[in-house]
Design a protein around this ligand. Structure first.
Ligand code: SF4
Ligand code: SF4
Length: 282
């Protein structure tokens, strides 16, 4: 179990606890201000990436101190965790509304509206999430001439879209807006998602790995390597001698993207806690 499961889930998966989605948490003025500020316009991705590149050039001990402090602060404000599709389905099963919206990171990188993000709420019709977005989001983000704005979707529509995003190679993730309040579930890729890029490329953690680890059944694997091509974390190797793929549990984030593309059904996810090599790696 990750640190948030212990702190905010009483030892169970914290993102499956309905209280962490509570409308009452959004009534906190600090949180509602942060929420509207976050969505006030596309992030300055170029500036953020330049900052992270500079971090890489610092002496190791300075880098370690800055990384530790930044991650600690992000854990209090806006932190994520990778989720496999079955846990996304569980979340959509108990929230009362799902609102699709443009991804703020992709708005910055592609300069176009890419609808990969989903606000989740215990309230009906988008709850306070939609209320705050309508009040606070800047014209450059949600109110431009070509935007669809906030779009209410059913659980079935949301799950179908997530399955499509998974086939595109996107990794599902859940996000806090002043922890432990959870306001969104997203579909990230390493190029456009600032948090994923920061965590994986620049080793500045902004998201936990999933509570799971993937493994390949060598009896079933035919060695086609489709899984290797899609793993965003470079966790899959290939044995030429055995003609089989194999997953390094220490590098696996448990996203399940490899499982989605394996036509043979050779990949499965196990609870991270049951895999000694990965049990303490977040
Ligand atoms: S996609 Fe499946 S069958 Fe192909 S190499 Fe990966 S695990 Fe093996
Ligand atoms: S091996 Fe599979 S589950 Fe693990 S990180 Fe790669 S794609 Fe995700």
């Amino acid at each position: 179990m990750c640190e948030f499961c212990h702190k905010h889930g009483e030892g169970k998966k914290w993102y499956l606890e309905a209280k962490n989605y509570g409308e009452d948490l959004l009534s906190d003025s600090r949180r509602s201000k942060m929420f509207t500020k976050f969505f006030s316009g596309p992030v300055d991705l170029d500036a953020a990436v330049t900052g992270m590149e500079k971090l890489n050039n610092l002496p190791n001990y300075v880098r370690r101190v800055i990384t530790w402090n930044t991650t600690r602060r992000m854990k209090q404000v806006h932190y994520g965790q990778v989720l496999p599709i079955e846990d996304v389905e569980k979340i959509f099963g108990f929230v009362n509304s799902i609102t699709r919206l443009a991804c703020i990171c992709r708005q910055a990188t592609t300069k176009s509206e890419q609808r990969y993000c989903y606000g989740v709420s215990m309230g009906p019709n988008g709850g306070k999430f939609s209320e705050l977005m309508n009040q606070g989001a800047a014209a450059s983000f949600l109110a431009g001439p070509d935007t669809k704005g906030l779009e209410s979707v059913t659980k079935e529509e949301a799950i179908a879209a997530f399955r499509e995003h998974e086939k595109e190679g996107c990794c599902h993730s859940v996000w806090t807006f002043i922890t432990p309040f959870i306001g969104g579930v997203c579909n990230c890729d390493r190029q456009d998602c600032l948090a994923m890029r920061s965590t994986v490329t620049y080793r500045l953690p902004m998201m936990f790995r999933a509570e799971y680890v993937a493994g390949v059944d060598p009896e079933i694997c035919t060695g086609c390597r489709s899984c290797m091509r899609v793993c965003p974390f470079g966790a899959i190797g290939y044995s030429s001698a055995r003609e089989k793929a194999a997953i390094d549990p220490c590098m696996c984030y448990g996203c399940g993207i490899c499982r989605a593309v394996c036509a043979k059904g050779a990949v499965s996810l196990s609870e991270r806690a049951s895999v000694p090599a990965a049990a303490k790696i977040w």
